[in-house]
Design a protein around this ligand. Sequence first.
Ligand code: KIV
Length: 268
Amino acid sequence: MTKEQVTTTLLTEKKEQGKKITMLTAYDYPTAKLIDEAEIDIILVGDSLGMVVLGYEDTLQVTVEDMIHHAQAVTRAASRSLVVVDMPFMSYKISQIAKTVENAGRIIKESRAQAVKVEGGQEVVAEIKAIIKAGIPVMGHLGLTPQAINQLGGFKVQGKEEEAARELIEDAKALEAAGVFAIVLECIPSEVAQRITAEVKVPTIGIGAGKDCDGQVLVNQDLLGIYDKFTPKFVRKYANLNQEISAALKKFKEDVEQGDFPSPEESF
Ligand code: KIV
């Protein structure tokens, strides 16, 4: 029996039924296949790609072409999970809304993903509406929005003061009114995430936003212990692949150098 494809409607139903939503990032075929087989609801081809795969300092250098290239690999593997692709820095929030829609359209058309994600609140509503009008589902992203890192002054918890919290709630309501199907809440106090989750009908998906969000997302490289440059407090490491991979690579070198690899069984 083929498994039911996750849709944006199914995610809304999950929120209504109090069932938690799961989302993980992937940037390549084999990882996406494992995530899909694990029945994770959403695969996010995040622009965290820039940091955890391409080795940049932040996400700002990632291009539309980078996103399409990696999203193509992910959609080849995903048969059940909903695939959402980040719109990278300066592919939206630009003066021409038509260019924003064109970029979103290219991502969907060339990658065969189902939706795009954009960062920001009330300031991005016009663009969200235009993308949705073109028939493309949009996921929002509030709180610590890494593309605004230079404005935020670093990777810091957002919405700590009451006024900032109220602003976040207003942003969430504006995104909901604009038609997003879900909102990522990144690095905000748990109580603020709880208030937002109670006030909007669309599912919230938290990362460093406490347990009361409708779902949770992590960067796969963090969860698997592959990216070791920096581990945020909200990450739970479910494996330490960095160490395992490093040990395997060293063992290969040792085996070759000592003449232990290949063995007669591994030769023709
Ligand atoms: O780019 C990304 O991986 C993200 C997640 C952290 C939500 O936006």
